[in-house]
Each structure stands twice: as C-alpha cells, then as structure tokens.
Design a protein around this ligand. Structure first.
Ligand SMILES: Cc1cc2nc3c(=O)[nH]c(=O)nc-3n(C[C@H](O)[C@H](O)[C@H](O)COP(=O)(O)OP(=O)(O)OC[C@H]3O[C@@H](n4cnc5c(N)ncnc54)[C@H](O)[C@@H]3O)c2cc1C
Length: 483
C-alpha cells in the first residue's frame, strides 16, 4: 500500500535513497533507477525475460505522440505478462502492452514513469492436427502468422501488412484481404487467454465469460492483454493458397472515373481493392491495387477488368503464393518518423470528394520532407461479416462501413507537425461529409482519439463503459481509446 501513487522513479528513490534524481531521469542509460524495478521484478519472471531502457528496443511505426516508457519488459512467457501486470498493480505503475507497435491513435500517454510490456517474444503460431484451429500468441506479427499458415497448408484471416501485430489488428475488428471469405478477424476467434486488469489469467470463450468475450472482440485493449488466441484456420490446397495481385497507376486526370469504377466493382468474396495517393518517382500518383484470392487462373484479371479497361499508365499483375501477397505493403511498414494518421469509415466513395482530397494531398506533399505521405482506402466485400448480427461482437460498424480510409502524413521533421495534423483533419472532414454512413464512424484501429467516442464505439459505448467498470474498475488499461 505504501507504494501506491509512486512513479517508477519515486519508487527507485525510495529503494535507493543514495541515488541522485539526475541519474534517475536518464533511465535510457540508467544503471540504478528503472534497474531497481527490473531487479525487483526480474527474479519473478521466466529466465528468458529481459529489460530494456531504450525505446529503440521496441520501435514504433510512428513517433508522433508515441508511448515513451522508462522501462521495457521483454516478456518470454505468457506468465511473465501476468506477473508484470501484478507487479505494476502492486506498485501503481502505469503499463501498456505493445505488439506490432503500429497503433496510431493519439491516446497513448505512457511516459518515463511507465512500463511497456513488449509482447514480441510471444510470437508463436501453432496448429491442431487438422489445421482447422491455430493458436496465435499475443506478440505475433501478421508476417509470422501468414508464414505459419502457409507452411501448414492453411489460411488465417489477418491484416494486409506484415509488420502489424496480428492480435493488435484483430482485437479492434480485424480487416484483411480474406475477409470476404472468412469475415472479420474477431468473427474467427474461438478462445482468448487473457491477463485481466487485476492480474488474473483467464481463458475467455463465448461460454465462459460471455460479456467479456463480446467486449474483447472490438475493444480488446481496454479489457485485458491477450497472451494467446485460438482462431479458426482454413486448410487450403497449395494450388489455391495464393492470390492474384494487380497494381495500376493512373493519371490524376482519371480520379473521378477511377473512383467510379472502384465503387461499381462487384466485390466477390475473394476480392479486396485499395486506392492510394502516393509519390512515385517524385510525382504524386493515383494507384489502384486489387487482390483476388484463389488459384492461378483468369478469375483475378476478369474480376478487375473494369479497372484495367480505364487504361492505367503502369500495370503490374501476378499471381503470388499467399506468403508473398503482403510484400507489396512492406514499404508502408517502415518504422520511425512522424505519422499522425487520420482515418474514417466509409460506406461509399464519392468522386468529387476524392478530387478535393487529391488537391489537399498535392499541396501537403509539396512541403519538403513529406514525400512518404499517403492517402489510402481499403474496400472489402462485407457479406460474410454481415452474415453475423451487429450484436455478435463489440466491433460497431459491421452493417455500415465498407471501406476504411486514412490520410497518413509521413515526415521526420517535428516542425511539420501542425501542417500534418491540419492536413489529416481536413482530409478526414472531407470523408465524413460524404461518407454515406448514418453518422461519423471510424474503425477503432484507424481512429485518432480526438473524435467523440461514439464515432469509435458507436451504440456500444454505454455497454462497454458498464463492462469496463466491472472488469477494469481502476482503469489500468487506459491508453488505447480508454473507456
Ligand atoms: C502499416 C499499417 C498497416 C495496417 N494494416 C491493417 C490491416 O490490414 N487491417 C487492420 O485491421 N488494421 C490495419 N492497421 C491498423 C492496425 O490494426 C492498428 O494500428 C493496430 O492497433 C496495430 O496493432 P499493433 O499490435 O501493431 O500495434 P500496438 O501499438 O502494439 O498495439 C495497439 C493497441 O493494441 C493493444 N494490443 C496489441 N496487442 C495486444 C494484445 N495481444 N492484447 C491486448 N492488447 C493488445 C496495445 O496495447 C495497444 O493499445 C494497419 C496499421 C498500419 C500502421
């Protein structure tokens, strides 16, 4: 009790009264301060666990408003997570779990007084004998899950970027190029092993903890740390375990017809379509990418014939084994720099809006040092996910959102922050004006945190707040769109 309300550093001072504050506010090189916490916590953890004092040990996708912990615990076992949470609770230390480090919401407030639980050591993906179920550990990245699925002759619904935390994405809903076939990530979960706010480790299933099961699948980071998840895996023959992927660069003069053609696409379950504004060879370009899962045949090219008929300036298309299909997004994965992204959920794409956004994009990327910036939207066939009722999980926008859009300013010079934020907010406003949804709606994993929380949690907000008061009354999980 005595240690309540002490920061890591005050706690260290108490334990090491001879240590000067000056040495303690430099935990990155500190051998006394955070190390004291490490010394106290270390013996409780498994032999494989370790500590870091530099955020380079657990780099994030964006440094904009990023968590800045004084101590990083690199856990090696699922029990390490539980023990660390218990330790933090006993000593009133703020903590945050990190998986892929791609969360771009601006609600993180972990400071040097706080502790980061780096889940990256928990990265296994294992299968049952029939390959119909997989167990993904809490720190596995999309790349690891896709690779494991492919080498086991199966597919698992994940996000489209290799670097993202597999469960980081799924716990907010989980969109990916296979969702027309399998539904949202949350729809495929079968059981979750969770460290809850009071430091207990429980197995959550639809039968055991019905309310928590519902809450975790859409608002997961508010309710616990998922140390591993059992998820449906779909056996697929090697001939069918791939996708046709096409990329098409268009002139900006074609924006309206490109947007109309994407809107008119008959999105079959195997398909996903992406539209980007980006810089290529020094110039802003309009890029469409299409994906069609299945065997190497003419289905993919046929499905996107209306796009290719528009006469792209550059065209690249190939069938790829499924463990390679995300590779095109690897440049998007680069960590570091500032990327204050702003997202919106869309029911439809409106050509005039996309023209206005193009103008904003061109103006922003004219600023020196911003050429990695992008504007993007991912659209998916939603029928499979809509075969489940809205009430099946706490992901709130199952019936309305067809596409997730994001404006991603990307730069290294912090003096551009204000211009970047202004650009992101302007683009988001343009999307919201013509989103086609009943109100402003944003997939939590594309949200920022300055939105009203009903934009993120929808009509589930009150129920989630009520469950939060049961499962996390002291608000230990208070970093990610905190309820
Ligand atoms: C380049 C890029 C590509 C993306 N592609 C997709 C995509 O294809 N589909 C999609 O749906 N989303 C996508 N997103 C959005 C992505 O889902 C979110 O950014 C997500 O929050 C990232 O998870 P993470 O584990 O990488 O990040 P982190 O910052 O590590 O985690 C984000 C939040 O989730 C919590 N969290 C992570 N793991 C766990 C866990 N095991 N248990 C409990 N809480 C946990 C963290 O504590 C944190 O609060 C993409 C984002 C980026 C930047």
């Amino acid at each position: 009790m005595f240690f309540n309300n002490l920061t890591i550093f005050q706690y260290c001072l108490l334990l090491l009264p001879g240590t000067t504050f000056a040495t303690q506010i430099s935990p990155r090189s500190c051998s006394n301060c955070s190390c004291v916490v490490a010394e106290k916590l270390g013996p409780k953890l498994s032999p494989g666990a370790s500590f870091s004092f530099s955020t380079t040990a657990a780099p994030r996708w964006s440094e904009f408003d990023a968590p800045d912990p004084g101590l990083i615990v690199d856990v090696a076992t699922e029990s390490d997570v539980q023990i660390t949470v218990q330790y933090c609770n006993e000593n009133n230390i703020t903590f945050l779990a990190q998986n892929g480090g791609h969360g771009w919401g601006q609600t993180f407030h972990l400071s040097l007084e706080g502790l980061l639980i780096n889940l990256s050591g928990l990265n296994s993906t294992t299968f049952n004998a029939a390959k119909t179920e997989a167990t993904i550990q809490g720190g596995a990245l999309v790349r690891g899950v896709v690779d494991a699925a492919y080498s086991n002759g199966a597919q698992i619904p994940t996000g489209n970027c290799n670097c993202v935390g597999a469960l980081g994405a799924i716990l907010g809903g989980g969109f990916g190029r296979l969702m027309g076939l399998y539904g949202l990530g949350v729809d495929n979960l079968l059981a979750l092993n969770v460290v809850t706010a009071n430091g207990t480790q429980i197995k959550v299933t639809p039968e055991t903890e019905t309310d928590l099961w519902w809450a975790l699948r859409g608002a997961g980071p508010n309710f616990g740390i998922v140390t591993s998840a059992v998820i449906t895996s779909y056996p697929v023959s090697s001939a069918e375990n791939g996708a046709w992927v096409g990329s098409f660069v268009f002139s900006e003069t074609q924006i309206e017809e490109v947007v109309e053609a994407i809107s008119a696409l008959d999105l079959l379950p195997e398909m996903a379509v992406f539209l980007y504004y980006a810089i290529s060879d020094g110039s802003p370009v309009v890029l469409v990418s299409g994906s069609y899962a299945g065997a190497n045949n003419s289905d993919g090219p046929n499905a996107f014939a209306s796009i290719t008929a528009l006469g792209p300036e550059v065209e690249q298309a190939a069938w790829e084994p499924f463990n390679e299909v995300n590779a095109a997004g690897d440049s998007f994965c680069v960590k570091g720099g500032y990327k204050p992204a702003y997202g919106a959920g869309l029911a439809e794409l409106v050509p005039s809006t996309w023209r206005s956004i193009w103008n904003e994009f061109v103006d922003f990327v004219a600023i020196n040092g911003t050429t990695a910036s992008t504007v993007m939207v991912d659209c998916y066939p939603m029928e499979k996910s809509r075969s489940l009722p809205d009430s099946s999980s706490s992901y709130p926008w199952r019936s309305t959102i067809n596409c997730n859009a994001a404006a991603i300013p990307w730069y290294d010079d912090a003096s551009l922050n204000a211009a970047a934020v202004s650009f992101g907010k302007t683009v988001r406003s343009l999307w919201f004006e013509t989103s086609g949804t009943p109100g402003d709606e944003t997939y939590i994993n594309y949200a920022v945190g300055d939105e009203s929380y009903s934009v993120v949690y929808g009509d589930n907000l009150a129920t989630l707040e009520s469950l939060k008061s049961i499962w996390d009354p002291l608000k230990r999980f208070d970093q990610f769109f905190p309820l």
